[in-house]
Design a protein around this ligand. Sequence first.
Ligand code: FES
Length: 118
Amino acid sequence: MARHRVASTEDLDENERIIVEVQGAEIAVFHTDGDYHAVLNYCVHQSGPLCEGPLSGKLVADPPDFTWDYDDEPRVVTCPWHNWKFDIQTGENVRDSTYTVPTFETEVEDDEVYVIRG
Ligand code: FES
């Protein structure tokens, strides 16, 4: 596995993302929840630019009324083409986890952010 520098930590504020090219593939790096999450910018539905869509929390039931709302942790990206939603930490589609998009390990060293890709 090779390590690819994609940004410095000061270039990527909390809840921001960048889209970079790593070995010919477009990969988005999200800075959320104090960590960095790398996801292929490719939607498995119809090849849309998944990671250019909005980021939100997860849809959760809120007892006692069990109304549905989004939680506070921004970890779901919505594809701008047809609104399929994927968890940026696991790559899984939030409705059907048999659909996944590739995710990649990240590392931070000396204020530089790296994506690990083989
Ligand atoms: S291409 Fe992403 S939802 Fe259709």
